[in-house]
Design a protein around this ligand. Structure first.
Ligand code: PMP
Length: 360
């Protein structure tokens, strides 16, 4: 069986070791005679799986004890609504940084609940940079400040952590969660859909400071109340048990590799290879300001879009798949998450070079 190099933006490549372990344990999890898929979420086996997953995630990111780690459903998209429902706490407005397609979605949803102050935006340059903190115009009475630290479609990544003083900083980290160290104490709340670096689809990681719990607005369904979920250990109803199990295997894999520090080293190696090639190429181009380029998601275009189809066809023939850009922007995109081997990026760059020699 030949595995491809999968550059999908998510669901995305998972470590082979994780898939093999899940396969080996599929019928009989550690001698208990059943699959994780068949276990009660209240049974001691599954409770131990969930507790281990939480402990490992805490260790990987150095999550302080004053923060809750939640394993939720509904994707990062549900967080776009849960954040204002829970964190407005009587205030009327929130600050949002608009850096692209995912910020825009978070903003649109927040507008259902509060006044949104766009404190900074990179729309003036087609969302190709991360606005510097000096340019942010924070509102006087904002309940929180929200930003998207890695724009999966635009390929813009904040390489720095904003400082919002006493106003809680809320971050959609979906597409670079666990790819680098993070100082959790600088945040009020972090959320991330798991299906990129941190598990399969169906699971959303939330890390929230305890003092922000308990203020959900009236009418918030209890499942969408962080406090209810925190008090129930994310099990106020049946959690996505298999997704939590696979995420737990991914956390253990990251630990064995040397943790998020090592993930960062690999991300730098992969992304430097690809940007290094793109920047000297007459045929391919990435539009993002250099210091704000994503190490996870690299959008690029060909000088002539009639070459898009032949490019993708040739890539597929070489086992390089899911390189087509997001439907909203076109072009190409290579997503290179934690589990993408450097070898995959070398092969991609070899192919880019070969294609360029033929067509430039
Ligand atoms: N935010 C970002 C940055 C994303 O990349 C995505 C998904 N690609 C989402 C939010 C939405 O996530 P989900 O599909 O899990 O709701």
């Amino acid at each position: 069986m030949a595995r491809v190099f999968n550059f999908s933006a998510g669901p995305a490549v998972l470590p082979e070791e994780v898939l093999k372990q899940a396969a080996a344990e599929m019928l009989d999890w550690q001698g208990c005679g059943m699959s994780v898929l068949e276990m009660s979420h209240r049974g001691k086996q599954f409770i131990s799986i969930a507790e281990q997953a939480e402990a490992d995630l805490r260790e990987l990111l150095g999550v302080p004890p004053s923060y809750k780690v939640l394993f939720l459903q509904g994707g990062a998209t549900l967080q776009f609504g849960m954040v204002p429902m829970n964190l407005l706490r009587g205030k009327k407005s929130a600050d949002y940084i608009n850096t692209g397609e995912w910020s825009k979605k978070a903003i649109k949803e927040a507008k259902q609940f509060c006044e949104v102050n766009i404190a900074a935006s990179s729309e003036d340059a087609h969302f190709t940079y991360a606005p510097e903190q000096q340019k942010w115009r924070l509102g006087r009475d904002a309940a929180y400040v929200h930003y998207t630290s890695n724009e999966t479609i635009g390929g813009v990544e904040f390489q720095w952590t904003p400082d919002t003083g006493d106003v809680p900083l809320v971050c959609d980290m979906s597409s670079h969660f666990l790819s680098r160290p993070v100082d959790v104490s600088k945040y009020g709340l972090i959320y991330a859909g798991a299906q990129k670096n941190a598990g399969p689809a169906g699971l959303t990681h939330v890390i929230v400071r305890e003092d922000l719990l308990g203020g959900a607005q009236r009418g918030t369904p209890s499942l969408l109340d962080y406090k209810v979920q925190a008090d129930a250990g994310s099990m106020s109803n049946t959690p996505p048990t298999f997704a939590i199990y696979i995420a737990g295997l991914v956390f253990q894999w990251v630990k064995r590799q040397g943790g998020v520090q090592d993930m960062q080293r690999r991300a730098i190696e992969r992304s430097s290879l690809l940007y290094g090639f793109l920047d000297q190429s007459p045929l391919f181009r990435n539009p993002v300001r250099k210091e704000d380029r994503s190490r996870m998601n690299v959008p690029f275009t060909l000088a002539d879009d009639r070459l898009d189809e032949p490019f993708l066809k040739g890539a597929k023939e070489r086992g390089l798949v899911e390189l087509k850009g997001h439907r909203s922007v076109g072009g190409m995109r290579a997503s290179m998450y934690n589990a993408m081997p450097v070898e995959g990026v070398r092969r991609l760059v070899d192919y880019l070079r070969e294609f360029e020699q033929k067509h430039a």
